[in-house]
Design a protein around this ligand. Structure first.
Ligand code: ADP
Ligand code: MG
Length: 267
């Protein structure tokens, strides 16, 4: 189950210090059903703003946002969001966290148990079902958050820098596991990050945003075999292409991100 996501000429603005400021402007992005798209751009360029629009938390100031051909009018279980902060309920066990959305949508206890066990097993947390979030490592928490999102069988999974707080080995493992879960489920994934190599390792396509107000400056198709890891020479080489796009935009006078040593970008 998956749906296409289309943003057409979208602008979004927020008020701050008495004036309205554009966060994104003229953003047009098409994500095919079942496609894994990474969006990369510097901090503050509007990545979370884009995910909020697709999730239905906000409405665009201009332009349109559709999922499965239908204008997004609010949040729904067809679109799940996974954040950097795991956002698990601290008072619930891992199993109850994973089953929370299912319970809220009226799935009965027996079916819920089965779905929860299935997803805990898929993310390697079968033995952690009765633990509480504070008893988990950062990587395990993000695994639980992934299980909770996938358990809802969303058509679109929205991921907002979900691995940027993890240590490198945990992040590398989750990169591989996420690619496996994606190919198994066929879910449409929109993954935002400020790490160029992470974007290349995960995306079928990498869409590059300029700094605020964010606008699309280009994209790079990634045709490398999966699962990919950030250290692979081919990923690093393709990341150079993404950087090339950023440099090009820079020469045209658009403020663009600058990469730091480990693949992260800043302006
Ligand atoms: P990113 O996720 O790429 O770091 P955001 O989408 O969070 O960027 O923010 C883009 C811009 O919009 C920033 O300048 C940010 O300060 C502003 N912004 C985002 N959300 C709000 C809000 N709710 N109110 C005011 N300004 C906001
Ligand atoms: Mg953000």
């Amino acid at each position: 189950m998956s749906a296409p996501v289309v943003l057409s000429d979208v602008a979004q603005a927020f008020s701050g210090r008495g004036e309205k400021r554009l966060a994104i402007d003229g953003v047009s992005i098409t994500v095919d059903a079942g496609e894994f798209v990474a969006i990369v751009g510097p901090s503050g360029c509007g990545k979370s703003t884009i995910l909020d629009l697709i999730a239905g938390h906000t409405r665009p100031k201009r332009g349109s946002v559709t999922v499965g051909g239908v204008t997004v009018a609010g949040p729904g279980p067809d679109r799940m969001l996974v954040f950097q902060e795991h956002a698990l309920f601290p008072w619930l066990s891992v199993a109850d966290n994973v089953g929370f959305g299912l319970k809220a949508t009226g799935v009965d206890a027996a079916e819920r148990d089965e779905v929860v066990q299935t997803w805990l097993a898929k993310v390697g947390l079968a033995d952690a079902a009765s633990l509480h979030p504070h008893e988990l490592s950062g990587g395990m928490r993000q695994r639980a958050a992934l299980a909770r999102a996938f358990a809802m069988r969303p058509e679109v999974l929205l991921m907002d820098e979900p691995f940027s707080a993890l240590d490198a080995p945990s992040r590398d493992r989750l990169h591989v596991e996420l690619q496996e879960l994606w190919s198994e489920t066929g879910t449409t994934i929109v993954f935002v990050t400020h790490n160029v190599r992470e974007a290349v390792a995960l995306g079928d396509r990498v869409i590059v945003l300029s700094s605020g107000p964010g606008t699309v400056v280009g994209e790079v198709k990634v045709k490398l075999a999966r699962p990919r890891v950030v250290e692979s020479a081919r990923v690093v080489a393709t990341a150079q292409q993404v950087r090339g796009l950023l440099d090009e935009a820079d020469q045209m006078g658009i403020r663009t991100p600058r990469e730091q040593g480990d693949g992260y970008v800043s302006i």
